[in-house]
Ligand binder design. Sequence first.
Ligand SMILES: Nc1ncnc2c1ncn2[C@@H]1O[C@H](COP(=O)(O)OP(=O)(O)OP(=O)(O)O)[C@@H](O)[C@H]1O
Length: 239
Amino acid sequence: MSLLTLDGVSKSFGGLKALGETTLEIPEHEFFGIIGPNGAGKTTLFSVLAGQLAPSSGQMMFDGVDITGWSADKTAAQGLVRTFQLMRPFESMTVLENVTIASHNKFRSPHKARDHAAAVVERVGLDSYMYAMSGTLPTAGLKRLELARALALEPRMILLDEVLAGLVPTERAPIIDLLRSIHADGVTVMFVEHIMAAVMALSERLLVMHEGRELALGLPEEVIANQQVIDAYLGEDYS
Ligand SMILES: Nc1ncnc2c1ncn2[C@@H]1O[C@H](COP(=O)(O)OP(=O)(O)OP(=O)(O)O)[C@@H](O)[C@H]1O
């Protein structure tokens, strides 16, 4: 059974259709990649899915429940959680405090929320930064913190928006390993990424978006051989 189903979901801003009618099924435990040029509608899709933006049309089902038009908090409580391309932790709070804020959405007891947050901080490999101010973290640490804040909500599905952006190649490999282990723990993953080596290594299926629409969808090797995808996004150098 599909964990997430989109049926004709779209989003317009005034006269601009940022996301055309999109129909998609994501089975439980898929690692689903999304690529596309700037302005293709990838972030808009995430914002609609995660409840930051209400769709202009269509229906979204998650785990058999109609989540169309739900708020971000309600959507997250249902198990669908996103990360942001621009990470905005509370810089003058520690890593543990930042994750505990997220953890409070799951656990009412302050002790339980804090214990859960500490376990998640360890889970993402930030143990040595547990009591460091978030503002002092290097970029790779901020990426881990962003993942921790999402994982603290115990998602069934996580939407990752360019989690590798801004990292140098040597910093990417450990984060890719972390994404793999999160997936191995049973979390369904949908991710937007521009780093093609990571896209190819991680995606079980790959969606290419262009001008708010699906340009191609299928196995990654098939998709990147598609001439329309090469013309619109990859360029001849990649093929
Ligand atoms: N809040 C908004 N108001 C008006 N237009 C918007 C808004 N958000 C996005 N857009 C427009 O919608 C289109 C899709 O933008 P979106 O950010 O979803 O693309 P993207 O594929 O995520 O691009 P990028 O790779 O640069 O992040 C763009 O033309 C953008 O300018």
